[in-house]
Design a protein around this ligand. Structure first.
Ligand code: C2E
Ligand code: MG
Ligand code: MG
Ligand code: MG
Length: 275
């Protein structure tokens, strides 16, 4: 694997490192063809209003099935899409797929307030990001106010460029949320300065609720509400967690307790059952 070590470095990899390098190399190769071979799909996880248990939105999550590798999870392949640059075309495909799906739901009378889409740092920093998004919104005929872009704290570290892009998103009428909130290095001052709509409390702090660790979740909920953000708890798995978050008046939640991410057809079914 000398090619991956680069240059004249003499270094011995452990067996484990070699296996990992080989797998990442395979994933990288296959990802370059994945879009053309139609290997990506999008699943949707319901987001629930914790006051009345109604579904208010969905988060779109990318799935990849490859003939050689089988199902590979986004935590494994998204970093490689970022590395090889494919995240830009794949990201455009996701946005176009999600916007036209949302329009289809609207035509079926399924009234979701929001569809949330994760956008990775490289995609967000791409010079054509706003232009491409505008084109996708125009072509899908989706009203921009139904779209929410999720970025992480890492993406906004470069405050100058990120605030410019966030402001342009707001001009388009698109909502912006900070995903995995609490795990990165964000300063309170820019939180107040940026026109952000939503904070999503990272799942690790929801897990902590089971071990007397409510301090971070409580702090994010009360700070978020004081700064007029919508606050969403990610990764709710139990009734105890849910009841606690309701007591703290966290606005919304998502997690396996309500539903795993499901296909677009299952979202349609879910709504026809609910009437
Ligand atoms: P994320 O945006 O924070 O998404 C939440 C992740 O938590 C999803 O994993 C979801 O399936 C999972 N999850 C939701 N509720 C529960 C729960 O109750 N328990 C557990 N154990 N997990 C839960 P997923 O789909 O594997 O995605 C992982 C990450 O990959 C995402 O984290 C996001 O950072 C990234 N990702 C996924 N889809 C996309 C995409 O379309 N574009 C980009 N740029 N990144 C994506
Ligand atoms: Mg997310
Ligand atoms: Mg998250
Ligand atoms: Mg996450």
């Amino acid at each position: 694997h000398a090619k991956r070590n680069g240059g004249n470095q003499y270094c011995f990899n452990t067996e484990e490192q070699n296996i990992l390098l080989e797998r990442n190399y395979q994933i990288d190769l296959e990802l370059k063809e994945a879009l053309g071979r139609n290997e990506f799909t999008v699943v949707y996880q319901p987001i629930v209003n914790l006051r009345n248990n109604k579904i208010v939105g969905v988060e779109a999550l990318l799935r990849w099935h490859n003939n050689k590798l089988g199902f590979v999870g986004p935590n494994e392949f998204i970093p490689i899409l970022e590395e090889n640059g494919m995240i830009v075309p794949v990201g455009k495909w996701i946005l176009a797929t999600v916007c036209s799906q949302m329009k289809v739901w609207q035509e079926q009378g399924i009234m979701l307030q929001r569809v949330c889409v994760n956008v990775s740092p490289m995609q967000f920093k791409d010079k054509k990001f706003i232009y491409d998004l505008q084109e996708i919104l125009n072509e899908s005929l989706l009203d921009a106010s139904y779209l929410e872009i999720e970025i992480t704290e890492g993406t906004i570290l470069d405050i100058e460029t990120s605030s410019r892009t966030i402001n342009k998103l707001k001009e388009l009428g698109v909502n912006v949320s900070i995903d995995d909130f609490g795990t990165g290095y964000s300063s309170l001052s820019y939180l107040k300065r940026l026109p952000i709509d939503t904070l999503k409390i990272d799942k690790s702090f929801i897990d902590d609720l089971d071990r007397d660790g409510e301090i971070i979740a409580n702090t994010i909920i009360s700070m978020g509400k004081n700064l007029n953000f919508r606050v969403i708890a990610e990764g709710i798995e139990s009734e105890d967690q849910l009841n606690y978050l309701k007591k703290q008046k966290c606005h919304e939640g998502q997690g396996y307790y309500f539903s795993k991410p499901i296909g677009d057809g299952q979202i349609t079914e879910l709504f026809s059952q609910l009437g």
